[in-house]
Design a protein around this ligand. Structure first.
Ligand SMILES: Nc1ncnc2c1ncn2[C@@H]1O[C@H](COP(=O)(O)OP(=O)(O)OP(=O)(O)O)[C@@H](O)[C@H]1O
Ligand SMILES: [Mg+2]
Length: 258
């Protein structure tokens, strides 16, 4: 049964999409069957994967409005052998509509149930908010992967995320599955400045063994790869960024094979 990982942090620009895309491609490289789900109306993961948004018949919005079965929304990204549920701007209107529904937090989880058996990992790239769309992702997830940027105020706002996790765990009281913290990933470390290392210490003091050993360095190839519609692991496989993301994938696989 596929392990569902939500990549989430309500803070913007911390590396959620970069991590989702590169973890997905690196897990596929390790021979795992992977589904990447974009639930952000900015649709960055969809773009980073080189999918042309104007040609899409269905998007993740159809899953939320239940206007298409999940199977018809899944695209295959040949370049990296990853399946993907793409997003587009119309997702922005879904939030309001979902709030009118009673079972609003379970829509994505219910849809994913139908395809989980086909995958080893399902990675969900969340938007920078804790609204109903993110709630859907967290309710559907077994684990949350929290990217934290190695910058000033890195931990700011994380209390809110941790409270949300607790709320969801309470709701899942009678379910078999429970949301856990899969790991905290330190991203965009600038090895030339001290602040990055200070943040690493701070995050490790707070999250202890929950922090991934892999740390993602700031690397220009990572920033450039999306403009080629490729994960950095494909665009520049020997770059420091690519090597780090492949290491992260091995760590995730190791942690889940225990
Ligand atoms: N390791 C890295 N080295 C250099 N640039 C990076 C790295 N990781 C991410 N970036 C760049 O930082 C920016 C933000 O990254 P990304 O889009 O992954 O963040 P995000 O958390 O998904 O943002 P949002 O909250 O808007 O969804 C992007 O321009 C990306 O290319
Ligand atoms: Mg993003």
């Amino acid at each position: 049964m596929g392990k569902v990982l939500a990549v989430s942090n309500q803070k913007g620009g911390v590396g959620k999409t970069t991590t989702s895309v590169n973890l997905a491609s690196s897990l596929s490289y390790l021979g795992k069957k992977v589904l990447l789900v974009d639930v952000d109306h900015q649709a960055n993961a969809t773009t980073y994967m080189g999918i042309n948004r104007s040609n899409l018949e269905y998007t993740v919005a159809d899953i939320f409005t239940q206007t298409a079965p999940i199977e018809s929304v899944i695209q295959s990204v040949e370049s990296v052998k990853v399946d993907m549920i793409p997003a587009r701007f119309e997702l922005v209107n879904i939030e309001r509509r979902l709030l009118e529904d009673d079972d609003m937090e379970y829509v994505l989880a219910n849809a994913l149930k139908k395809v989980r058996h086909k995958y080893d990992f399902i990675i969900i790239d969340c938007p920078p908010s804790l609204g109903i769309i993110t709630m859907n992702a967290l309710v559907a997830a077994d684990g949350i992967l929290i990217p934290v940027q190695c910058e000033f105020l890195a931990l700011d706002g994380l209390t809110q995320l941790l409270n949300t996790i607790r709320v969801i765990q309470k709701k899942q009281k009678y379910q078999q599955r429970k949301l856990t913290i899969e790991g905290v990933l330190l991203t965009m470390l600038d090895t030339r400045s001290n602040i990055g290392y200070e943040v690493i210490n701070e995050v490790k003091t707070y999250f202890k063994e929950k922090v991934f050993q892999t740390i993602i360095p700031r690397n220009v190839k990572v920033a450039v790869a999306p403009s080629y519609g490729l994960p950095v692991t494909e665009y520049s496989p020997k770059s420091k960024g690519a090597i780090s993301y492949r290491k992260l994938a091995r760590e995730v696989v190791f942690n889940n094979d225990q």
